[in-house]
Design a protein around this ligand. Structure first.
Ligand SMILES: C[S@@+](CC[C@H](N)C(=O)[O-])C[C@H]1O[C@@H](n2cnc3c(N)ncnc32)[C@H](O)[C@@H]1O
Length: 540
């Protein structure tokens, strides 16, 4: 952060916190999640936690990812008796923050690694601790690349992460760290975070652990646009020491854009429960539909026993093109190119220079064919979620060269000799992710990997349907092709025009108003969709 610019902004009577963050280079803002909190939101967070602070006695306010000090500055004005501490990974930013807050102690360090202990040893041993802030949420925490640190932080969860879940955002680790600290001292925690904390499937174990270790007092669901230039959904959660038992106050705002406290709804009480531990109440209509559909049917992922993520070539620049001819020509050129000439090959085919190591690694394989094989060129549907609701348009068709030997690091989606893309009809859908969407693909080709989208072929080998995808690797006879449906699905298909009719009905159901308008906003991010199979109307 250019210190002179910060100094200039800080010299103003009312600081525009967001402008301070905008002074940082864009890449740094993204990687560190540097979006400083606008003053009205800081105020609302401090208002929300105020009733949980002791009226007297020693008080320490800590922001473990302090940025330019938005929270510590205002906390100093509102709570003059408090000692204030901040930690900030960016040295320039920490310096600017210290300059702004001479009465506080600002350390430079990484709160998820070495900086945490250095911060904690400086905190006064006695008294009440108030942890505040807006720790980064960037989806790709730097800690993910540091195996030892990641393991240690995940260890704070207590139980191992269930398969298919992970912690991916820094704020999750900051929450766990503070929760652990407050398990043995009086204190409170009020953080602005991504709203993924409230409802993302991935974070169900995090929610469960936090609810067990802290008492959740208040939730604000802020929607998107609170931070200038972003569309991230955010929330505020206020916690105190203890376990969560009983009702929590929930407030939301329906407006988008800059935050104003008058936009918050009146509080509504809810009790976090269920296996997904949502930190917001579900509207009655959504809860009723969920219960009814569960009673009448089964989960979409049970109804379609075989389904997998789309194809990830891991090298689209080499292996995908809009037309088959240039694709084959490029593959031929690559296969016949000696390693020392690969740089020229990349330049001639507009493959960015950064991919040269990938080209060299592929070339080092002793298993490559001498020539490109035309039968390996397949249609490749660039499915784009809700943009392709219902059907995937012709304009989304590209071509890929599908040869497992040319996919860097292989592709875990392939099991044994079975080709999941081979059947021309597939239902493409996503699950535990918003917006939910489905499309029926009725043309041959591979489905590409789009976010959490999965695809279910209409027919699959009997062994896989009955024993799961892992059986493909067993070497056993896979059996004849059968409809990719559960017993209930088969029963529906028998009475309503066959498996394809059910696939059509499922696409229509997923895209229908009751799912999209009622069920998905409440549960779409955290639960598998239950399908009332017995009552499913045929699609027209
Ligand atoms: C979203 S900003 C919030 C700053 C300030 N608390 C506020 O509310 O305006 C997050 C800040 O955390 C810093 N940060 C990112 N990762 C960090 C880490 N591991 N340890 C300490 N600070 C970190 C970033 O540089 C950035 O200044």
């Amino acid at each position: 952060m250019p210190c002179s610019y910060v100094a200039m902004l800080l010299g103003k009577p009312r600081v525009d916190e967001e402008a301070l963050a905008e002074a940082l280079p864009a890449a740094q803002r993204r990687s560190r999640g540097a979006f400083f909190t606008p003053a009205p939101l800081v105020e609302a967070v401090l208002d929300a936690v105020a009733p949980h602070l002791p009226a007297s006695g020693p008080l320490t306010v800590v922001d473990p990812a302090a940025g330019a000090g938005a929270f510590l500055h205002r906390a100093g004005e509102r709570l003059p008796r408090a000692a204030r501490f901040g930690l900030e990974v960016d040295a320039d930013c920490a310096r600017a923050c210290q300059g702004r807050l001479p009465g506080a102690r600002i350390l430079t360090g990484d709160g998820l690694r070495e900086g945490w202990d250095r911060l904690c040893v400086e905190l006064p041993p006695e008294g009440f601790e108030l942890w505040v802030g807006n720790p980064p949420y960037n989806g790709t925490s730097a800690v993910l690349k540091d195996k030892a640190a990641y393991r240690a932080l995940c260890g704070l969860l207590g139980d191992a992460l269930p398969p298919g879940t992970s912690l991916r955002e820094d704020y999750a680790f900051f929450l766990l760290r503070v929760a652990e600290r407050l398990s043995h001292r009086p204190g409170a925690l009020a953080f602005v975070t991504s709203a993924t904390l409230l409802d993302a499937y991935l974070y169900a174990p995090l929610r469960a652990a936090l609810l067990e270790r802290l008492q959740l007092r208040e939730v604000f669901e802020l929607g998107d646009g609170v931070f200038r230039g972003t569309r991230v959904r955010t929330c505020v959660t206020v916690w105190t020491r203890g376990r969560t038992r009983g009702a929590v106050a929930f407030r939301s705002r329906s407006q988008k854009g800059p935050f104003d406290p008058s936009q918050l709804s009146s509080p509504r009480a809810f009790t976090p429960s269920g296996s997904d531990w949502l930190l917001r109440p579900a509207p009655d209509a959504a809860a009723a539909l969920d219960a009814q559909w569960r009673a009448q049917g089964e989960l979409l992922t049970t109804l379609l026993p075989v389904h997998s993520p789309g194809l990830k070539t891991r090298f689209d620049e080499l292996l995908v093109d809009d037309a088959p001819e240039p694709l084959l020509a490029r593959l031929d050129a690559f296969l016949s190119c000696p390693p020392r000439l690969l740089e020229g090959f990349a330049a001639a085919h507009r493959i960015p220079e950064r991919h040269l190591p990938k080209l060299l690694a592929l070339k080092a394989s002793d298993d490559l064919p001498a020539r490109a094989e035309p039968e390996r060129v397949r249609a490749f549907w660039r499915y784009a979620g809700p943009r392709h609701r219902g059907v995937i348009p012709q304009s989304a068709r590209a071509f890929c060269y599908l040869d497992r030997r040319l996919i860097p690091r292989g592709d875990h989606r392939f099991r044994g000799p079975w080709d999941p893309h081979a059947h021309p009809v597939k239902l493409v859908f996503n699950t535990r992710e918003l917006p939910l969407s489905a499309a029926l693909l009725e043309s041959p080709g591979c489905v590409h990997d789009h976010r959490h989208a999965r695809f279910a072929p209409l027919f699959v080998p009997r062994l896989l349907r009955d024993h799961g995808l892992a059986a493909a690797r067993s070497g056993a006879d896979l059996g004849d092709e059968v409809p990719n449906l559960s017993m209930r699905g088969l029963a529906w298909a028998r009475g309503h025009g066959g498996p394809l009719a059910l696939f059509r009905a499922l696409a229509a159901f997923i895209n229908s108003d009751p799912v999209q308008q009622v069920w998905a906003p409440a549960f779409g991010a955290s639960r598998d969709l239950p399908v009332p199979v017995a009552r499913l109307p045929p699609a027209h």
